[in-house]
Structure formats: C-alpha cells, structure tokens
Design a protein around this ligand. Structure first.
Ligand SMILES: NC(=O)c1ccc[n+]([C@@H]2O[C@H](COP(=O)([O-])OP(=O)(O)OC[C@H]3O[C@@H](n4cnc5c(N)ncnc54)[C@H](OP(=O)(O)O)[C@@H]3O)[C@@H](O)[C@H]2O)c1
Length: 272
C-alpha cells in the first residue's frame, strides 16, 4: 500500500518516532522515502540516530513533493507549521494530523483549497505498537487516501474510522483511557499489597490480568458481561468482589469520568 510513497513526518517527537519505527519495522516503506522534521537543531542527531532517516528543521523542504505529510507537532504549533508549508502544499498530497483537538476544518482552512486532510486521535500505547487510533476524514478524502491512513496507523496498533463529531468522545475514552486504566492497575496492585503480595509481583499480576482480559474481549468478540459471567461461580468469591464494585459505583464513576473528559476536549477544540 505504501510502496514507493514518499512520507514527511513534521514533528518527529514521541508519536512521530513511534510511527516511523512502526512503518520501518513492518517493512512497508524504505527509510530513504521518509524525511522527518524537528524544531531544534539539537534534536536532529536524536532522530537521525534512532530512526535512521533524513532529518531537517525546514518543514517547507520536507513537505515539498511528498505523497503523505504527517503532522505530529503539538496543537499549539499547528497554525505556525501550516503557514510555513502553505506555499508548497499540493492537492495531490494527503495531510494527516495527530494533534489533539485540532479539527480538519482548522487545517483545511490553512492549506490550499482542495487539500485532503485526515485527523487521527491515537493514544500513548502506540509507542509500543498497541495503540488505538481513531481516524476521521476531512472534506476531500478519497477511499484510497483513507486506506493509506488506516494502513499507516495500523503499524502502531488498531484503528477505527468515526465521524469527526465523535472525536471529543474518542479523546475522553481511548485518548485519556490509558490514564484511567493505570489508576485501576495501581488500585488493584495496592489490594494485592494489602493482602501481603509483594508490590512488584502484585503489579505484574494485575497488569497481565488486564492484558489477558483485554485480549479475551478483543479476540473472542464476546460481550464483556458474558466473559464476566464465565469467571463468576455461583456463591463463589468473584461475585462477592463484584458486589463491592457495584456498591462503590465503579461503573457510573467510569462513565462520568469519560463524559467529563470529553466535555473538556470539546472546550479545547481549535476551530479558528
Ligand atoms: N504521544 C502520544 O501518544 C499522543 C497521543 C495522542 C495525540 N498525540 C498528539 O501528537 C502530537 C505530538 O505529540 P508528542 O507526544 O509526540 O509530542 P513531542 O514528543 O513533544 O513531539 C513534538 C515534536 O514536534 C517538533 N516540533 C515542534 N515545533 C515544530 C515545528 N515548528 N516544526 C517541526 N517540528 C516541530 C518537536 O521538535 P523538538 O524535538 O526539536 O522539540 C518535537 O520533536 C501532539 O499534537 C499530540 O496532541 C500524541
């Protein structure tokens, strides 16, 4: 899908690096077809050594003639970068942005008329190729460009396409989600410590249990309630634990956390 495609990563920080690593590792793209930019000359060495791709600080040069331009700078730097690349941006290029809360309209308005823009909300496990990236299309995206973007983010985890109006919800759910899960891991590990299990072993038990439960959900395709039922023996131990969770209002608390984070994401959206 990406064979022969020339890709520019504008802002090769943590996420940009993870994407380049994922793409090179999968063997879809040759390193000579990737160029990366950073803000500071100090960062050039890091990118060249770690990614073994060409790295420069001139975004305009990097974007010129590229098939795919991945915009991976922080949201507050996006307007400045778009202004810089405007003179060389072409309608046959695909622009993909990962900047949180930056809409496709914001980007389209700052690029020449007709440019194709896809917005992506990845999450931090992308750094370990276990990310969840949700993509949404701007105005001018073709089926082929959609497939290219999906393929690129498939290099760092799973992908899904949604309508842009759901991106704030996505931010509150899978974007912020790892933080909620870390709290759950920490709390359960603490429970193990309370019961005498050494902290490192307790954390291992919890994290692997979480990973196992997540894989069971993804790979069996069964409803989580059904999977829960298979662990819950009548009059056994698990039902007592579950009743405590219900009394502590775990479900409603999680729902409220996601809704609150999504509301905050809506407040932060950059449209102009
Ligand atoms: N990290 C994640 O898992 C994650 C998840 C979801 C969304 N995102 C989004 O991804 C974007 C990048 O996040 P990150 O965590 O990778 O941040 P980061 O590590 O700080 O990377 C940002 C990169 O942008 C470079 N940069 C800044 N201004 C630039 C400019 N004018 N031209 C070219 N490069 C420039 C920086 O260069 P220097 O290295 O020289 O400073 C840095 O390498 C953000 O918009 C964020 O919202 C990230």
């Amino acid at each position: 899908m990406l064979k022969g495609k020339r890709i520019a990563i504008v802002g090769a920080g943590k996420l940009g690096e993870a994407l380049v690593t994922g793409l090179l590792h999968r063997g879809d793209v040759e390193s000579k077809h990737i160029i990366a930019t950073v803000a500071r000359t100090d960062s050039l060495q890091r990118v060249r050594e770690r990614l073994e791709v060409e790295a420069i600080t001139d975004n305009r040069t990097a974007v010129t003639g590229r098939d795919v331009v991945l915009l991976a700078v922080k949201p507050q730097n996006m307007a400045k970068v778009l202004k810089e690349i405007y003179p060389v941006a072409q309608t046959n290029q695909l622009f993909i942005s990962v900047a949180a809360s930056v809409t496709t309209a914001f980007i389209e308005e700052r690029l020449p008329e007709g440019c194709s823009v896809i917005r992506v909300m990845p999450n931090t496990p992308a750094l370990l190729n276990e990310g969840m990236s949700v993509l949404c299309n701007g105005k001018n995206v073709s089926k082929e460009q959609q497939a290219i973007a999906e393929y690129i983010f498939g290099a760092v985890g799973r992908t899904a396409f949604l309508d842009e109006k759901l991106m704030d919800a996505v931010t509150g759910l899978s974007g912020s989600g790892p933080a909620y899960i870390y709290v759950v891991i920490e709390a359960l590990a603490e429970a193990g410590v309370k019961l005498g299990i050494p902290r490192d072993v307790s954390t291992l038990l919890v994290a692997q249990t979480m990973l196992g439960a997540a894989r069971m959900t993804l790979e069996t395709g069964q409803h989580p309630a059904l999977l829960k039922d298979t662990v819950t023996t009548p009059a056994g131990c698990t039902i007592d634990g579950l009743m405590e969770l219900e009394e502590g209002k775990l479900r409603v608390t999680l729902v409220k956390a996601v809704v609150k984070a999504a509301e905050r994401a809506r407040e932060l959206v950059r449209t102009e």
